[in-house]
Design a protein around this ligand. Structure first.
Ligand SMILES: *[C@@H]1O[C@H](CO)[C@@H](O)[C@H](O)[C@H]1NC(C)=O
Ligand SMILES: *[C@@H]1O[C@H](CO)[C@@H](O)[C@H](O)[C@H]1NC(C)=O
Ligand SMILES: *[C@@H]1O[C@H](CO)[C@@H](O)[C@H](O)[C@H]1NC(C)=O
Ligand SMILES: *[C@@H]1O[C@H](CO)[C@@H](O)[C@H](O)[C@H]1NC(C)=O
Length: 556
């Protein structure tokens, strides 16, 4: 039971520290002074200092040994006190994620066993001033006795025993704030920073778990969500050591990530008849209620979605955006086509980023090089104002992203607009205007006839408003020059998509060579620009385009 393990370990650690400190406080003053001196020294040390002071191999092993010694001594106390606290704090979480087939899910037995976890490694992370951040590698091959009583909706009661827990992971401890008083910090936060390995056996007492189909998977899903929601970084538990208000240490949103799912290309075809029916699941924290699902695009390996999602961000430094693309198999379970990740620290706050992410089979083990396709996203991270403590809250622009600032400038220049509210978010803005697209030329288009030539033309589509136009056909060329300009009246610039498809004209119709898809964000931000775009679906084909945006109105 991963969450129990996570919770127990985290709890044990925190609790162990508390008990440890209490005991130390009560023993001879010598050990107390030793501890205080050690902690005080730690609090003054930076990573560099510690390396200077003590040889690498000695410094961590000293602390690791000390901790292992400590946890072994206090383990019986931890075991005794922990079970009641774990029960009262884990049961509500279990209740929240309880699968629908179960009527109840409660502990009937809970002891941690005689084997204490072992610390196997130790790192100090460079954090903010006034805090010490430690990461502890922990291993637990425990012999706990945990029995969960499960009641199914059909009235069957099942005592499920969790056996043979094997766990390796990394716990993060944050000592904060640092104070002058012993033990030198006000509170300890702990969190499961990384889950490396988790094995356990579920066993029905006096029965076989497979006798109720689906229960094992349902339980594992529940467990996964509960671990994620209760203890996995950036979620943290706070243990006050010196009385005080530590609510500022609690996890809170620091910003909003806006994601535009534009398209995907060259997705692996998973269907025997026809093509895949792709849809995307997108999340920052892999919780069911924080995962967004796109629409399903039937029978396509190059789907266009043009959908928008928003996510709460809690820690820009460590969190990632994850996208998983599945093939919808109707009544059967959807099959994974591929997934991709984008670390949020790669996003510049307030700046729009247009990315193509390569899909892989597994985010952790990246050893297959098979092409699973790519997904095209536009990302914008907007920090919340509380993040920017140094900004003047009286400056009406202080919460605006660069896009909003650009939009605001446009409105401020417009004479009879009301001054826009500083806090209005991008999604609340509707921006109207005219997009002028000049299709200048194309280069290195593929050949389509036996003479080694093609008769290319370009079809322009505004996806949301469904407006279309096309260039003239140019005969016998792979490097056509059109120099034709098309004006589109756009009602909602931030949600529109421009699609350019390059075709070869022939007597019997047309044949598609490839396409380019883009949002209007860059045109809106820059006013106008000229650029070269790769034609997806061709080896080397390029389109030379000039885009110009003329704003007409911004409505909030
Ligand atoms: C986030 O992405 C980075 C780099 O791709 C990776 O090293 C890290 O493990 C990821 N974090 C999580 C929580 O998946
Ligand atoms: C292109 O070729 C078609 C027939 O192959 C012809 O009807 C048309 O006039 C040609 N266009 C130009 C611009 O030469
Ligand atoms: C296309 O436009 C560019 C820039 O306006 C110009 O330099 C070029 O001569 C034009 N080409 C044709 C064939 O009209
Ligand atoms: C297509 O573009 C041409 C040239 O810009 C314009 O005259 C025509 O009205 C457009 N047609 C449509 C349906 O928008």
């Amino acid at each position: 039971m991963g969450f129990v393990v996570g919770y127990i370990l985290g709890f044990a650690l925190g609790f162990g520290l508390m008990v440890g400190f209490a005991r130390y406080q009560n023993t001879r003053s010598k050990s107390r002074t030793d501890l205080a001196a050690a902690v005080a020294a730690l609090s003054r040390m930076t990573v560099q200092d510690s390396r200077k002071l003590l040889p690498d191999q000695f410094y961590p092993s000293w602390l690791v040994n000390w901790l292992n010694h400590l946890i072994e001594k206090i383990w019986p106390y931890v075991d005794e006190a922990a079970s009641e606290i774990i029960r009262s704090s884990v049961e509500p979480i279990l209740e929240q994620y309880r699968p629908a087939v179960l009527a109840s899910l409660k502990f009937s037995k809970l002891t941690l066993g005689t084997v204490a976890p072992q610390f196997t490694g130790f790192t100090i992370i460079e954090g903010e001033p006034k805090e010490i951040v430690m990461e502890l590698d922990l291993q637990w091959d425990g012999n706990p006795n945990i029995v969960l009583d499960i009641k199914t909706r059909v009235g069957v009661a099942l005592p499920i025993q969790v056996k043979n827990i094997g766990f390796t992971g990394v716990f993060r401890l944050i000592f904060k704030p640092l104070v002058d008083e012993i033990p030198c910090f006000g509170a300890v936060c702990y969190s499961l920073r990384e889950k490396r390995n988790l094995d356990f056996t579920l066993k029905v007492v006096g029965g076989d778990i497979s006798s109720i189909p689906g229960i094992s998977t349902a339980l594992e899903d529940t467990i996964r969500d509960a671990i994620e929601d209760s203890i996995t970084w950036p979620v943290r538990k706070i243990i006050p050591i010196i009385p005080g208000d530590y609510s500022y240490l609690e996890l809170k949103p620091v910003g909003i990530l806006e994601v535009k799912l534009i398209e995907a290309k060259e997705l692996t075809n998973k269907d025997v008849i026809g093509k895949s029916d792709p849809f995307a699941k997108i999340f920052i924290r892999p919780l069911r209620d924080r995962t967004k699902t796109s629409k399903t695009k039937d029978n396509q390996i190059n789907p266009i979605w043009n959908e928008h999602f928003e996510f709460e961000v809690e820690d820009v430094v460590t969190q990632n955006l994850t996208i998983k693309i599945y093939d919808d198999e109707g009544i059967q379970a959807a099959e994974l086509i591929g997934c991709a990740q984008m670390p949020l620290r790669q996003l510049e706050p307030g700046k729009v980023k247009d990315v193509w992410l390569k899909l892989v089979k597994d985010l952790e083990i990246q050893r297959d090089n098979k092409n699973r396709g790519q997904v095209h996203l536009e990302l914008l991270y907007c920090p919340m104002s509380s993040e920017s403590a140094f900004m003047n809250p009286f400056d009406p622009d202080f919460r605006l992203t660069s896009l909003e600032k650009a939009l605001k400038q446009v409105t401020d220049d417009g004479a009879d607009e009301d001054p826009p509210k500083a806090a209005s978010k991008k999604k609340d803005i509707i921006i109207r205007g005219v997009l002028s697209v000049t299709v200048m030329s194309a280069e290195e288009l593929p050949t389509t006839d036996f003479m080694g030539k093609s008769d290319p033309f370009v079809v322009l589509t505004m996806k949301k408003s469904d407006q279309k136009n096309k260039t003239r056909v140019l005969n016998d060329t792979l490097n056509p020059v059109w120099n034709q300009t098309f004006d589109f009246v756009v009602e909602d610039g931030l949600h529109e998509l421009l699609i350019l498809e390059v075709y070869d004209h022939d007597t019997f119709g047309k044949e598609k060579m490839g396409r380019c898809i883009m949002t209007l964000t860059r045109a809106i931000l820059e006013g106008e620009f000229t650029d070269i775009f790769h034609v997806d679906g061709t080896a080397k084909g390029k389109l030379n385009l000039h885009l110009k945006w003329t704003s007409q109105a911004i409505i909030k």
